[in-house]
Structures are given as structure tokens and as C-alpha cells.
Design a protein around this ligand. Structure first.
Ligand SMILES: NC(=O)c1ccc[n+]([C@@H]2O[C@H](COP(=O)([O-])OP(=O)(O)OC[C@H]3O[C@@H](n4cnc5c(N)ncnc54)[C@H](OP(=O)(O)O)[C@@H]3O)[C@@H](O)[C@H]2O)c1
Length: 168
């Protein structure tokens, strides 16, 4: 099973503040939807809480330490990353799963060497005052497999690149 991170991060690695995103970039949302639709997504409980609701055609695997946490019908609660991967790979025989945040879950999955691919939207901005960051990762361990530039325009305050990294 391929384990793929999806994230949008600023040049200073900022990804969130006050349990919300730092920008509204419609074409990045579109990309996120295209990548994750009809798949399972693994996420921390705080990121789940930050969403406006369930995203259609996505199955959520929510990670929490709360033993009494109940997932919405058709979705799953687990208590570790390992349990999340086991649910996806062993119980559901998935070929690929997407890790969609937030900061704690990205760091834990990278530090444990559990990530095969990263789809990083590199936003051309330095954001002050953020409280959540994407972790530093060892660039020597990753190949840049693709990069597509998107300019800033009326709908996008910042320019950004869609970058694909694969583990060496
Ligand atoms: N820019 C982006 O692409 C992007 C993507 C996703 C999220 N975000 C942003 O990131 C922020 C949220 O990230 P965050 O780092 O604060 O939180 P998070 O990673 O979404 O969730 C943290 C929570 O996950 C659970 N958890 C973490 N490690 C665990 C473990 N080892 N075992 C069991 N449960 C565990 C705990 O839930 P309990 O407290 O319930 O026990 C913990 O409080 C928001 O601002 C959001 O908007 C940005």
C-alpha cells in the first residue's frame, strides 16, 4: 500500500493557525479533491474538527487518544497511525491511502518512516503568526518527481507549485 501525504505549506513550513488553514486557494482545493476522492484519508482529530463537515466521497480514518470518540457512520476511529495503516491495508486491502494532516500526524508519519510519497503544494508565501507547521524532512531521502507551477491571480493571492516527492 502506498502511503501518500497531501499538504499545502508556506516557504517557512507554516500550514495552519487557530485550527484553520492560512489561505483560500481554490485550485489547490480542486487538486486535493481530485487526488483524494473515492479514497480513505487519515487525519488527526483536530484537522477533522477543522473541516466544515464530511467531504463527500472520502472515507475518514480519524486518529485520537479519546477512547470514547465515535466516528460518523461509514467512517473510522483509530488510536495510532499504525492502527490506521492496518485498517486500510489489512482490513480494506487498499492500494493507496492519503495522510491529510495536521502537523502532529505529518510529523509522526515522516519521523517513523511510514510515508512513500508526498504531494506538497509549495505556497510562495512566508506566513507570520502560524501555530502549526509541516516538519523538516531530509531532502536527500526524497526525489522530486514532478513540479507544476500555478501563478497568483484574482482567485489566488499567492503563487504555488504542485510538487511530487517520492521516497528514494
Ligand atoms: N495546510 C494544510 O495542508 C493542512 C492540512 C491539514 C491540517 N492543517 C492545519 O493543521 C492544524 C491542525 O493540526 P494539529 O497538528 O494541530 O492537529 P492534528 O495533527 O490534526 O490532530 C492532533 C490530534 O490527533 C490525535 N493524535 C495525534 N497523535 C496521536 C497518537 N500518537 N495517538 C493517538 N492520537 C493522536 C490527538 O487527538 P485527541 O486530542 O482527540 O486525542 C491530537 O490532539 C489546523 O490549523 C489545520 O487547518 C493544514
Amino acid at each position: 500500500m502506498i502511503r501518500t501525504i497531501v499538504v499545502a505549506k508556506a516557504k517557512n513550513n507554516a500550514i495552519g493557525k487557530d485550527n484553520d488553514l492560512l489561505w483560500r486557494l481554490p485550485d489547490d482545493f480542486k487538486f486535493f479533491k481530485e487526488v483524494t476522492v473515492d479514497h480513505f484519508v487519515i487525519l488527526g482529530r483536530k484537522t477533522f474538527d477543522s473541516l466544515p463537515g464530511l467531504l463527500p466521497r472520502r472515507t475518514f480514518v480519524i486518529i485520537t487518544r479519546q477512547q470514547d470518540y465515535v466516528a460518523p457512520e461509514g467512517h473510522f476511529v483509530v488510536h495510532s497511525l499504525e492502527e490506521a495503516f492496518e485498517l486500510c491495508e489489512v482490513q480494506h486491502s487498499l492500494k493507496e491511502v492519503f495522510i491529510i494532516g495536521g502537523g502532529v500526524i505529518y510529523k509522526d508519519s515522516i519521523d517513523k518512516g511510514m510515508v512513500d510519497k508526498m504531494l506538497i503544494t509549495e505556497v510562495d508565501a512566508e506566513i507570520d503568526g502560524a501555530d502549526t507547521f509541516f516538519p523538516e524532512f531530509n531532502e536527500h531521502e526524497w526525489n522530486e518527481a514532478g513540479r507544476i507551477h500555478h501563478t497568483a491571480d484574482d482567485r489566488h493571492k499567492y503563487a504555488f507549485d504542485f510538487v511530487t516527492y517520492t521516497k528514494k
